[in-house]
Write a protein that binds this ligand. Structure first.
Ligand SMILES: Cc1ncc(COP(=O)(O)O)c(C=O)c1O
Length: 438
């Protein structure tokens, strides 16, 4: 442990960790998909820090915009009018679907969901909401209550009114079906839950564009359109949580755009500033937002539309456009898809499934491909010496910053990655799998 880490550990807590077990990222500086630690070792960032550094490290245009904003106007009232705030509204409206052109700003993905929940309740006058079992929507109390993931458990009891639906998880279909013969039973299941809970009592359905940290569950093509139809039939709002999947991650600005569906609200965070400053946002359908033209919008925060965050977002979005990073994510997404399939074919004893959309993918690791028993059980850990612990060590030894969560090995590099870099990273994954499992 070097000096900085010891000084930091003494006073600053790590998130989601037993403090003594935390294995922090040691980062001094970065460029593109690479970052350097305190010993001068270079790492490939295959997790984009925490799925937020979509633009990559060391982007001067974002840094300069932050510096310029800080020198000109660093602190402003939440309802202040200033240039970067007006510009951000225009930038966001240009990339969100037509009709969703008004935005509530906040500081994180959790807060975006928190505020979407309040807005959905306010505009519908209904109180219950529906969310998926395998989902993560954030750590604050409302977002945690929406969340299905076990990170919710320590915060229980939840806020009242969240109903759960099963997931579009084709590899482990909760209904024991196979696509397409299933008739997308996972989508039909929403209608059943709505009927059981009272259609006129449900304000909204919250869905991640593609399930993120719970397995990169890419839904079948009929899924989102079917969810839209069901919501429309009952006057229920459809909320796309694009905190993880937004800003190019899946090869489109927002993942739901793959399926031609327009949600009523979109929640955003992470890639909106590429992690260079904290920001979240809720895109709201124009006519829903208009309800607050006369009625009070009872949501807000001191650092609403913080000048530095807003300036970072404008510069980040401009950079995505200027360098066609969303297009690159789509093109590199094809390389990633082929690469993951290749790894699955080469390591059939441990890779049960390979799935991806754009530059977000996962290998699902199993003990036995016939039974599909997960390599690490749901919410399980990595006991010393276990194959999963050895795999983590083998990946680290190859300079890969990459997330192995339970039995999911995620691949989500910055969107500026080149084909050579992507193939190099996948070759390192291949070597690590070979070292541990061959
Ligand atoms: C889909 C999704 N929604 C919401 C959040 C919460 O975002 P934040 O950690 O910025 O509060 C996350 C974070 O990982 C996420 O993946």
């Amino acid at each position: 442990m070097n000096d900085i880490e010891a000084r930091q550990r003494k006073h600053i807590l790590f998130t989601w960790s037993a403090q003594n077990a935390a294995a922090p990222v040691r980062i001094r500086r970065g460029e593109g998909i690479w970052f350097e630690d305190f010993d001068g070792r270079r790492w490939m960032d295959f997790e984009s820090q925490v799925f937020n550094c979509n633009a990559g490290h060391g982007q001067k245009a974002i840094g300069e915009a932050i510096a310029a904003q800080a020198m000109e106007l660093a602190c402003a009232h939440p309802n202040a009018v200033f240039e970067a705030k007006a510009a951000l509204g225009e930038r966001l409206a240009a990339v969100t679907p037509p009709g969703l052109d008004r935005f509530f700003l906040c500081l994180s993905g959790a807060e975006a969901n928190e505020n979407a929940l309040k807005i959905a309740r306010a505009v519908t006058g209904r109180s219950k909401v529906v969310a998926r079992r395998r989902s993560y929507h954030g750590a604050s109390m409302g977002a945690s209550s929406l969340t299905g993931d076990p990170r919710r458990w320590p915060a229980e009891p939840d806020l009242w009114g969240v109903q759960r639906i099963e997931d579009p998880y084709c590899y482990r279909c909760p209904f024991g079906q196979t696509h397409p013969a299933c008739g997308v039973r996972c989508a039909e299941h929403l209608e059943h839950v709505i009927q059981m809970e009272g259609p006129d009592r449900i304000a909204a359905v919250f869905l991640e564009g593609v399930t993120g940290a719970n397995g990169a569950l890419v839904p079948p093509p009929e899924y989102w359109p079917r969810m839209r139809e069901i919501c429309d039939r009952f006057g229920i709002l459809l909320v796309a949580d694009e905190v993880f999947t937004g800003f190019g991650r899946t090869g489109r600005w927002f993942a739901h755009q793959h399926w031609g569906v327009v949600p009523d609200l979109i929640t955003m965070g992470k890639g909106i500033t590429s992690g260079y400053a904290p920001l979240g946002a809720v895109a709201i359908r124009h006519d829903l937002a208009a309800k607050f033209d006369e009625k009070v919008l009872s949501c807000g925060l001191t650092h609403y539309a913080h000048p530095i965050s807003v300036a970072a977002a404008v510069a980040t979005i401009d950079l995505y456009h200027r360098t066609d990073m969303v297009g690159n994510a789509a093109r590199m997404g094809e390389v990633l898809k082929a690469g993951l399939k290749h790894l699955a074919a080469k390591h059939p004893g441990v890779v049960g499934d390979a799935r991806s959309l754009g530059l977000f993918g996962a290998l699902e690791l199993v003990r036995d491909p016939a039974t599909r028993e997960p390599l690490v059980p749901y919410n399980g850990g990595f006991p010393a010496g276990s194959p999963a612990a050895r795999l983590k060590a083998a990946l680290s030894a190859r300079g890969l910053h990459i997330l192995l969560r339970w039995n999911y090995l995620f691949v989500a590099p910055p969107l500026c990655i080149t084909e050579d870099e992507l193939n190099l990273g996948l070759a390192r994954v291949d070597e690590a799998l070979t070292e541990v499992f061959a």
